[in-house]
Design a protein. Structure first.
Length: 187
């Protein structure tokens, strides 16, 4: 079982996101994060706008990718295929990444628990994800329709209003436990 957990933790979670329930306000020139000014909570209005768009992207609004993702984005996350995220290229690659996770959890929704926290050109959010398993997760023995809930943290580097780097840290152990993931050796 420990091998299963280690393998799954290094090969699954594709991406995380957050949800802040309102629409993304229009920003002239599409710039969300040019010169942030901290608000009384340590965040910025620009970071909040960017976070809303980031959340909406992860919740299926793929039209936002071009507005917030740099063509040179660097993703640092353990992916389903065992990759490290370096194969994700530009806004289209991010849309593919989001689509891949949503294929196993089509109604997955993310809510912000903490943040955005701004430190220089970095924005950090802690999120909780809730949804329903739709099938297709490698090794999952849970029935489609199983409710899932897990948490994580996204760290974004923003330059010239676009996300240039994305780090993901998610509780995949909690997720694979809910999905009752097994390996052939466990069966």
């Amino acid at each position: 079982m420990q091998h299963l957990v280690a393998t799954t933790l290094t090969s699954f979670l594709i991406g995380g996101s957050v949800l802040v329930g309102s629409a993304v306000p229009a920003v002239p020139g599409g710039t969300f994060f040019a010169h942030p000014q901290p608000d009384r909570h340590g965040g910025t209005g620009q970071a909040q706008q960017l976070t809303r768009a980031w959340v909406q992207l992860w919740n299926g609004d793929y039209t936002l990718a071009e507005r917030i993702i740099s063509p040179d984005v660097r993703v640092r996350a353990a992916l389903l295929d065992g990759g490290d995220g370096s194969a994700v290229k530009g806004p289209g690659g991010m849309v593919d990444l989001v689509g891949q996770i949503r294929s196993a959890f089509p109604d997955l929704r993310f809510d912000v628990e903490v943040g955005p926290i701004v430190d220089g050109d970095h924005v950090v959010v802690r999120w909780v994800a809730n949804g329903t398993y739709g099938g297709g997760f490698p090794g999952a023995t849970a029935a489609p329709g199983t409710a899932v809930r897990f948490t994580g943290t996204d760290t974004l580097r923003v330059k010239r209003g676009l996300i240039t780097d994305y780090w993901l840290n998610a509780d995949t152990l909690l997720l694979v436990t809910q999905l009752k993931v097994t390996t052939a050796a466990d069966r």
